[in-house]
Design a binder for this molecule. Sequence first.
Ligand code: DX5
Ligand code: ZN
Length: 229
Amino acid sequence: MTQNRRVHRLRSASPAVLPSLLMCDFGNLERELMRLEGAGVEALHLDVMDGSFVPNLTYGFPIIEALRRLTDLPLDVHLMIDHPERYINHFAHAGADLITIHVEATEQPGEVLNQIRSLGLGSGLALNPDTPLTRIERFLDQCDLVLVMSVNAGFGGQKFNTIALEKLRRLNEIRPAGMMLEVDGGVNSSTIASCAAAGADLFVVGSAIFGQDNYTAAVHGLNELLQTA
Ligand code: DX5
Ligand code: ZN
């Protein structure tokens, strides 16, 4: 288990809602960050896409570096990129605290997870809805986090796929002590409670926060559903 201070803080803060910054106002990054910190979020979820592993392109090192300068919140970096092993060092230097790779994106997930941990960061492994759990089970001891995708990686605003609930339940039974379970895609006020009941600790939310005028009300509303789940 990694000893990274911010990863430890996030583990202690769970269950927690993590905003996915995909839909934030990048022209006003500092203001967006102030609004999110004001809403009491415990970490930021950053979606990096390469236009190859997924058919969409987002952002990379400069935005992560900028966020690192602006906040002490844990930065949870979700890499939707092919052959992530090429860039782990770069993302570590940019200021990531947790780096999650996709099992579908590399031939050597175990080595990449070790590489992430050897840099003192939290290691995460993600799987898409069509990927069976058998693809990741042998790597669980090398994971600080498993990210169960409840939509196909690539775009915000998609509908929640309930296959994620079955995977969360099974992972919750077999996970090593200290490993966090995260769910990402279509998490909103209608789906968050069932994710919590299935065993998730971290709940990535994009449109259900950034589609609202009041981030504090949105985050508090979701947190309340977590408390009662
Ligand atoms: C999808 C991303 C998600 C996404 C979440 O590929 O990994 O983090 O932005 O957005 P919503 O909550 O709108 O599904
Ligand atoms: Zn994500």
